[in-house]
Design a protein around this ligand. Structure first.
Ligand code: AMP
Ligand code: MG
Length: 395
C-alpha cells in the first residue's frame, strides 16, 4: 500500500505539461492558465495621485489652524498645474496630484472659510498620497507562467492594459461510465438499477478545473464495449477518466481493457474512502480510473486527479490550505487506513456527517470540508483534527 503522499507524488511525476498554447481575448480568459509571464509595460498608477477627496498641499504649510487659498481644482482624469506656493489645490480621489504637492488632506479634516480652507489638524507628510508605480512598475512581472486566471488576476491584466493573453490550450478529458446497473436520469429506473450520479459530479468537477469534457456516456459491462470506448476516448482526449470497473470482479472490464490497449498501474492507497487508484496510458492519452463508489470517486478526484490534471494543464502547484480545529465529536479508534471524513466547520469546531459510507453522496453535498484523520487514531471531544476545506481542493 502507498501512502497518500507517495501516490500523489507518483501520479504527478507522470503529468506531462501540455505543449500547446493559444492567445485568447482577456475577456474570455477566466480560469485559463497563463503560459508565459505577463510583464507590465507601464506604471500603475501612472502618476502620483490622490487617495481622497480633499486638498493637495505642501505638508509643511498645512498645519493646524492655518488658512490657505484654493488656487486650482483638479478632477479625476485631468492634469493640474504646479501648485503655487502658499496655496492648496481642490482635488478628488484618483486625480493626479499637482507638481509641488506632497500630501493630500481629506476634506473632513478641513473647513471652508472666506479666502480658502482651514486645517483642523496638522498634516502628516505623504498622507493620502499614492505614488506612481506603487502597484506596478514597468518591466515588472505581474503574473507568472502557470497562474490560473481568476477574477483578481484578470483585473491585474486589465490594469496593465492587456487585451489578449497567452494561455495553455484547454485540456481535453474524455469520460465514460461503466456498470450495467446504471441508468441515466430522464430514463425510467427498473428494479435493481441506480441512476448514474458519477457522471454529473465528475463533469462538474472537470468543468471547475476548466477542462473540455468529451462525454462518452454509459458503457456496457463487456470487455468489447469497454475496449471500444477506451479506444475512441484515447484518440480524442489528453486524459481518459472512468469511474468504477477497476476492481478485480468479473464484471470489472476497465482494468483489462486498459491493459490490453496500453499499460496500467494499479495502486492501493492507504486511505478511506478510496484505496484503488488506477493510472495508465493508452496511446498518447493518460488514463485515470476512479473508484465506482460516488464518494470515493469524488474524494479521489479531489485529492489525486485534480492535482494531476492541474499540473497537466500547466498550472503551477499549490498546496491546499488546511487547519487544525477542535473535534465536535468523538470517534473510536479508526481502522488501518487514513480517513477523509465528510465534515463541516461550524461555530469553531468540526462536525461529522452521521453516515460516512462511501456510497452516501449526500455526505459530500452537505460537507464543506474533509477531516484528515490518521490511521488508528481515537478522537476525543475537543481534540485537534485537521480540516481541509473542500473549496481548497478545487479552483
Ligand atoms: P464498481 O467499482 O464498478 O464495483 O462500483 C462500486 C460501487 O459504485 C457499486 O455499488 C456501483 O453500483 C457504484 N457505482 C459505480 N459507478 C457508479 C455511477 N456512475 N453512479 C453511481 N454509482 C456508481
Ligand atoms: Mg461496476
Amino acid at each position: 500500500m502507498l501512502s497518500v503522499e507517495q501516490a500523489l507524488e507518483q501520479l504527478l511525476t507522470s503529468a506531462r505539461v501540455l505543449n500547446e498554447s493559444e492567445v485568447v481575448p482577456a475577456d474570455a480568459a477566466l480560469d485559463r492558465i497563463l503560459v508565459v509571464p505577463l510583464v507590465a509595460a507601464l506604471s500603475v498608477p501612472p502618476l502620483d495621485n490622490s487617495a481622497m477627496d480633499g486638498y493637495a498641499v505642501r505638508a509643511a504649510e498645512a498645519i493646524e489652524g492655518a488658512v490657505l487659498p484654493i488656487s486650482q481644482r483638479i478632477p479625476a482624469g485631468q492634469i493640474g498645474s504646479a501648485l503655487a506656493v502658499g496655496s492648496v489645490a481642490r482635488i478628488f480621489t484618483g486625480a493626479p496630484t499637482p507638481a509641488g504637492a506632497d500630501s493630500v488632506v481629506m476634506q473632513e479634516d478641513t473647513e471652508t472659510v472666506d479666502g480658502g480652507v482651514r486645517f483642523l489638524k496638522t498634516t502628516r507628510l505623504g498622507a493620502n498620497f499614492r505614488r506612481a508605480g506603487e502597484d506596478i512598475r514597468p518591466e515588472q512581472t505581474v503574473l507568472t507562467a502557470g497562474t490560473r486566471l481568476g477574477p483578481a488576476q484578470l483585473g491585474v491584466a486589465a490594469s496593465v492594459g492587456a487585451t489578449e493573453l497567452g494561455v495553455f490550450r484547454r485540456l481535453k478529458v474524455a469520460v465514460f461510465f461503466t456498470g450495467d446497473e446504471l441508468v441515466m436520469p430522464g430514463q425510467p429506473l427498473p428494479s435493481g438499477r441506480i441512476y448514474n450520479s458519477n457522471r454529473a459530479a465528475l463533469k462538474g468537477l472537470l468543468a471547475r478545473l476548466g477542462c473540455e469534457v468529451i462525454d462518452l456516456g454509459l458503457v456496457a459491462d463487456t470487455s468489447e464495449a469497454t475496449r471500444a470506448a477506451l479506444d475512441t476516448a484515447s484518440r480524442q482526449a489528453d486524459v481518459v477518466m472512468t469511474t468504477g470497473g477497476v476492481s478485480v470482479g468479473e464484471e470489472d472490464h476497465v482494468k483489462g481493457a486498459v491493459e490490453a490497449l496500453g499499460h496500467l498501474d494499479m495502486w492501493k492507497v492507504s486511505m478511506k474512502p478510496g484505496k484503488p487508484l488506477a493510472y495508465g496510458r493508452v496511446g498518447a492519452a493518460d488514463f485515470i480510473g476512479l473508484p465506482g463508489n460516488p464518494v470515493s470517486a469524488y474524494v479521489v478526484f479531489c485529492l489525486f486527479a485534480a492535482p494531476f490534471l492541474r499540473a497537466r494543464m500547466g498550472e503551477a502547484a499549490r498546496n491546499p490550505i488546511s487547519f487544525a480545529a477542535p473535534a465536535g465529536f468523538t470517534r473510536s479508534k479508526g481502522g488501518g487506513r487514513r480517513e477523509f471524513l465528510r465534515a463541516r466547520f461550524e461555530d469553531g469546531q468540526t462536525v461529522l456527517f452521521p453516515n460516512q459510507s462511501s456510497g452516501v453522496l449526500t455526505s459530500l453535498a452537505w460537507a464543506d470540508g474533509l477531516l484528515d484523520v490518521d490511521a488508528g487514531v481515537t478522537v476525543a471531544l475537543g481534540d485537534p483534527v485537521r480540516f481541509i476545506p473542500l473549496a481548497e481542493l478545487l479552483p
